[in-house]
Design a binder for this molecule. Structure first.
Ligand SMILES: NC(=O)c1ccc[n+]([C@@H]2O[C@H](COP(=O)([O-])OP(=O)(O)OC[C@H]3O[C@@H](n4cnc5c(N)ncnc54)[C@H](O)[C@@H]3O)[C@@H](O)[C@H]2O)c1
Length: 386
């Protein structure tokens, strides 16, 4: 039997268990340990997810010599410190987005990871929908022609009510930008990945619809099945964006516009884009991820269904099932992790150009974009991304 990569996961709230499940489904790794906020939580989660070693302090997991790669799935403000310490402990790192709270921290992590000759990845998983890679292959292969314009959105409704509350609403834990850093970063990463074009300048308009939110005074789970009373809440002033629209200029002269909104009723988790090229247009909706729309002027439009027999060899690498057998969100992480684990198993710390998976360099890129967008929203001016 081939050897399995030994994985440790820090943070097991929403996305941590998705990492555990996806890591197991690669068939290339075993999850040997997890760490969470304290011993009680860690023990409970380890039992729930059948992980043999658990730690109430992440530093203990980093001291576990058997762990080769650490997945960091904690709130944003912890990513820098945990990634840095993991690298110093000689571990490969797969970190959640955003990589860090600011550019300085992100640059330091890129430098440290390269110096230590360790693998580094950021979980920009949306790239791993097969039809995202196919769109990239189509642009690369010239089928789309010159990219003239790009537009789209990332809409969600999980912060629709003023009583919806999460650590992401607190800048000390989440960062100075919310909607752009949390979901806009996925869209920007995806569109730069597909088009092969970097955003060079941004012009942003932000809005905060709920300027005051009600924070439950006790953990929300405590109230399951109950109606909250006014005295159960504390009013909190909100100073990060619920909504943003950003005009974009790309390196090849293409124009773009992105809208993100975390207060969009009925939109559960909908990333949408349209790319208008000189030969055809492409559009894709993450809530129907197995269909790519191809728009044509001189003949009928097409819908390309995800089916390995219809896709390029490069895309087939990240398809697990035949056509009609839908692949979705959990499969994206599986394929991203497969690529990282394969490098570990082959002992190859490939150069940036050879890696398909998003690295700390891409994580730094998103932090830079986010900072430029914030600066533009504050100054009301175009800001260069440099
Ligand atoms: N790529 C994606 O699709 C995606 C989706 C969701 C979340 N995320 C990212 O994942 C991260 C976590 O988000 P979430 O929604 O899972 O949050 P969450 O609040 O559901 O989970 C966070 C976990 O971290 C643990 N934690 C907090 N402080 C800790 C500490 N000091 N040591 C160890 N554990 C600690 C918490 O107890 C909890 O288990 C965020 O950075 C977010 O941006 C990415």
């Amino acid at each position: 039997m081939t050897r399995l990569v030994k994985v440790g996961v820090i943070g097991t709230g929403f996305i941590g268990p998705a990492h555990i499940e996806a890591a197991r489904r690669t068939f290339l790794a075993e999850v040997i340990g997890l760490a969470d906020i304290n011993e009680e939580v860690a023990r409970y989660k380890a039992e729930q997810y059948a992980v043999s070693r658990c730690y109430g302090d992440y530093r203990e997991l980093l001291r576990d010599d058997d762990v080769e790669v650490v997945h960091i799935c904690t709130p944003n403000y912890l990513h820098y410190e945990m990634s840095r310490e993991a690298l110093l402990a000689g571990k490969h790192v797969i970190c959640e987005k955003p990589l860090a709270m600011n550019r300085k921290e992100a640059e330091e992590l890129v430098e440290l990871a390269e110096k230590k000759n360790l693998l580094h990845a950021v979980h920009f998983n949306i790239r791993y929908y097969p039809l995202a890679r196919e769109a990239r292959q189509m642009v690369k292969g010239g089928q789309v022609g010159t990219v003239f314009a790009v537009h789209g959105s990332y809409l969600r409704d999980w912060l629709f009510y003023e009583t919806d509350y999460n650590w992401r609403l607190e800048p000390e834990l989440s960062g100075e930008s919310r909607a752009i850093a949390d979901i806009g970063s996925h869209w920007l990463d995806l569109l730069e990945y597909i088009t092969g074009q970097k955003v060079t300048e941004v012009f942003a308009d932000f809005a905060t619809f709920h300027k005051v939110r009600k924070k439950p005074l006790k953990p929300v789970e405590t109230y399951a099945g109950k109606i909250l009373q006014p005295e159960d809440y504390q009013s909190i002033l909100i100073n990060t964006e619920d909504y943003a629209s950003v005009l974009l200029h790309f390196a090849n002269g293409a124009h773009g516009v992105l809208t993100v909104n975390q207060v969009a009723a009925g939109r559960k988790n909908r990333l949408y884009y349209e790319i208008d090229g000189s030969r055809c247009a492409l559009s894709w909706d993450s809530e129907r991820p197995n269909e790519l729309w191809i728009g044509r002027r001189d003949k009928a439009n097409e819908i390309l269904m995800k089916d390995p027999s219809l896709l390029s060899p490069k895309t087939r690498e990240i398809v697990s099932f035949p056509g009609g057998h839908n692949e979705g969100f959990p499969d994206t992480s599986k394929h991203l992790f497969r690529e990282v684990y394969r490098c570990i198993l082959e002992g190859k710390i490939r150069s940036q150009e050879e890696r398909d998976f998003p690295t700390f360099v891409d994580g730094l890129r998103e932090v830079m974009l986010c900072e430029a967008i914030l600066r533009s929203a504050r100054t009301g001016k175009w800001v260069a991304v440099e």
